[in-house]
Design a protein around this ligand. Structure first.
Ligand SMILES: [Fe+2]
Length: 132
């Protein structure tokens, strides 16, 4: 059974899908079962670790900046960054082009607690626990 927000990849054509609604079936692409993308937890010295800054405004809103010290070239780059609330009710996602600065800035009134996930074209999915 799939779980909400899991990533599945086709190892033949590289299709990548994110689960929006859980189901009992097996995802198939190119006539093969798609593989669950394992999420690795990034440590601070790792290029896939999210450096998070939080700025609080008087109206209770917060500006969140998420940055990575990761190369961004054709062979190796971050494809997207996501902030996911711990209860999985809220997500914020930014898709990146190669050579683009690997960062995402967003505003929220969030108190739910978020974690950050990225998908690297070479190294797969990585998460960082944060205190947003
Ligand atoms: Fe990478």
């Amino acid at each position: 059974m799939t779980q909400k927000l899991e990533l599945y990849r086709c190892e033949i054509c590289n299709n990548l899908v994110e689960i929006e609604h859980e189901g009992m079936g097996t995802l198939v692409c190119c006539n093969e079962d798609m593989h669950l993308v394992k999420e690795n937890e990034a440590m601070p010295e790792n290029a896939h670790f999210a450096h998070v800054e939080k700025k609080e405004h008087e109206n209770g809103e917060k500006t969140i900046t998420v940055k990575f010290n990761h190369v961004m070239n054709h062979e190796h780059h971050i494809e997207f960054i996501e902030a996911i609330s711990k209860d999985k009710k809220y997500t914020k996602k930014k898709f990146l082009d190669e050579n683009e600065t690997p960062e995402m800035v967003f505003k929220c009134h969030c108190n739910e607690g978020f974690y950050i996930r990225l998908y690297c074209n070479k190294d797969g999915a990585w998460t960082t626990k944060t205190e947003i």
